[in-house]
Design a protein around this ligand. Structure first.
Ligand SMILES: *Cc1c(COP(=O)(O)O)cnc(C)c1O
Length: 570
């Protein structure tokens, strides 16, 4: 179907009434009229095979087709457009193993399977709110927000709950019932932290990335900090990274008392440019100021040119710490990012906007056992119970000296051998991560699909869509467009404002780190990294997340088109 033929659809609210004689029926009609007039499109639903869910809810002997149902509602409330979301059928459900499992888990009775069909349809279409006289039937579906018009004061409730419904964020997590169940099972178990789930999650990530070791922590930032410490970064040393990154990629150096410096980006990939890096290294070598650690950031999920950076590391003797916060699931030269083939350590973030989430969380992966052990020690106060690492002589622990064996310390004994932190991940988070990881590839496929669709929809507009290096497969954490032609700061800003006003959560990744007050105070100034600063003045991050329906993507593109037309016409 051509996009122009597509009906405008806002499926944010379902107003749902089955029984024509229900006291809710009149209200449902009022709401349809009210919200349609105030600019909402109301999606309704048609259970084609059994009975009709239209606003008067008459059960007909001869069910409507989807189109007939739409027509019927349209006439009933005299609005120009009603879209009917089609549910799955009873037969499909019987054949779908996952759905079956979910129905059993939620203890849904056979007669209530239609409720499941409706709820499942709502979920697939990212419906966020359902107003129904049968609220109780839908409360068991935790992914739906349900308003019962008989127990809530409908208008005030709707006001607060719908004010944000039309807003499309730039990123959003996808939480399944399986995720919820995984977290709940940890809550019912013996361990909320330091139990079996963290090592299980570490093993799963290491296997996914084809890396030797993985150390889970409470954020991507903590992972960066521990990685720097494990690599020996300290006072007097220097770390280099890209200005186009989140501040954490640079702050990790400052935490260690080290200096930070930046390498300007490649204007095609927006990743740290290996040619610029090489020049800067040659100059630094002359001054005796070579960096100890370089942090390539796989911006937006697109891998950096790791082979080139790795070759430079051999020539100039620095360590490589990949900031892959955007890039879990990405591939470089046909292998997973995180295999550390070209680096010492790679870190990931599991913040809710990232490719999978644990709420907050991070992971460092490496093939070096020593580095992994050091990071594991540092994440938990620098404390060890491993006798091989003990430093105290036995005479120093005379009060706990054991008569039976000189070699075995008592079972309660531990030593703090480094100044560590409490950066541990909880089992609650790890359970969520494990469950999310099962869908990472599906998330990635959907992100790629949406990115490709963005490319197509934006073709011909005065914007530059993301250029992809042939060596990599992006994880598509972000989809960034650049305004073509030197449009100037005010245009850039007006386009942002216009889109935000339309409820499109466009964003900007990132404000060049060296221009932040904290870094200016360290001596950095605007003008130092021109490619990054130019990028900053022209870029817009478009919303992109796996659960984004194509209708929402169309709305985003239409809003950008409208804003561009206004700007370029002037
Ligand atoms: C998100 C992010 C981080 C920090 O991760 P947290 O888990 O939020 O601490 C670091 N670097 C980059 C590039 C990121 O996007």
């Amino acid at each position: 179907m051509k996009t122009t033929d597509k009906p405008l659809l806002d499926s944010n609210i379902l107003i749902y009434s089955i029984n024509g004689d229900s006291p809710f029926h009149g209200k449902a009609l009022d709401l349809l009229v009210q919200y349609t007039q105030s600019g909402f499109y109301v999606a309704d639903i048609n259970l084609v095979e059994f009975f009709q869910v239209v606003t008067d809810g008459r059960k007909t002997l001869h069910p409507f087709s989807t189109e007939q149902a739409s027509e019927y509602i349209r006439k009933l409330v005299r609005i120009p457009q009603v879209n009917v979301l089609k549910t799955g059928s009873f037969h499909e459900i019987l054949q779908d193993e996952d759905a079956h499992a979910e129905i059993r888990r939620l203890q849904i009775k056979r007669f209530a399977i239609y409720d499941y069909l409706i709820a499942d349809c709502m979920r697939r279409h990212a419906v966020k709110l359902i107003i129904t006289g049968n609220a109780r039937d839908f409360r068991k579906f935790s992914f739906l927000d349900v308003i019962d018009p008989f127990t809530n004061s409908l208008t005030s409730d709707l006001g607060t709950r719908t004010s944000n419904l039309n807003y499309i964020p730039y990123a959003r997590q996808s939480i399944s019932e399986q995720d919820v169940a995984s977290v709940c099972s940890v809550l019912r178990s013996d361990f909320l932290t330091q139990g079996p789930k963290v090592p299980e999650f570490e093993k799963a990530i290491a296997e996914y990335c084809n890396a030797g070791h993985a150390v889970a922590v409470n954020s991507g930032t903590s992972a960066l900090h521990l990685a720097c410490l494990a690599l020996g970064l300290g006072p007097g040393d220097t770390l280099w990274t890209s200005p186009i990154t989140f501040v954490a990629s640079a702050n990790c150096a400052l935490y260690c008392g080290a200096y930070v410096d930046f390498v300007d980006i490649d204007p095609r990939t927006y990743n740290l440019c290996p040619l610029t890096l090489e020049k800067k290294l040659q100059a630094a070598k002359k001054n005796g100021k070579l960096p100890k650690v370089v942090v390539p950031v796989h911006f937006s999920g697109q891998p950096c040119d790791m082979e080139a950076i790795h070759n430079l590391s051999r020539e100039f003797g620095f360590k490589i710490l990949e900031d892959a916060s955007h890039a879990l699931g990405a591939r470089y030269k046909n292998e997973p990012v995180g295999n550390c083939k070209y680096s010492d350590i790679t870190v990931f973030s599991f913040h809710p906007v990232k490719n999978i989430t644990t709420g907050e969380g991070g992971m460092a992966v490496t093939n070096d056992q020593g580095l992994a052990e050091k990071m594991a020690l540092l994440r938990s106060h620098g404390i060890t119970r491993d006798p091989k690492l003990f430093e105290n002589e036995r005479w120093q622990m005379s009060s706990v000296r054991c008569q039976t064996s000189d070699l075995d310390p008592p079972s309660f004994y531990y030593e703090q051998v480094y100044l560590g932190f409490n950066y541990r991940m909880t089992d609650i988070q790890a359970a969520l991560g494990l469950s999310q990881l099962q869908r990472l590839d599906a998330f990635g496929a959907r992100r790629r699909e949406l990115a490709k669709r963005h490319d197509e929809l934006l073709a011909g507009l005065p914007v530059i869509t993301p250029w992809q290096h042939p060596d990599g497969v992006s994880a598509w954490h972000l989809y960034v467009v650049r305004l073509r032609a030197a449009v100037g700061k005010t245009t850039h800003r007006r386009i942002f404002d216009a889109m935000r006003e339309q409820g499109i959560g466009v964003n900007l990744h990132y404000i060049p780190v060296h221009t932040q007050p904290w870094f200016r105070q360290l001596g950095f100034m605007p003008g130092m990294f021109p490619e990054s600063e130019k990028y900053y003045e022209e870029s817009i991050t478009m919303p992109l997340f796996p659960a984004m329906p194509e209708e929402e993507q169309d709305r985003v593109v239409e809003a950008l088109k409208a804003a561009l037309v206004t700007e370029y016409a002037e």
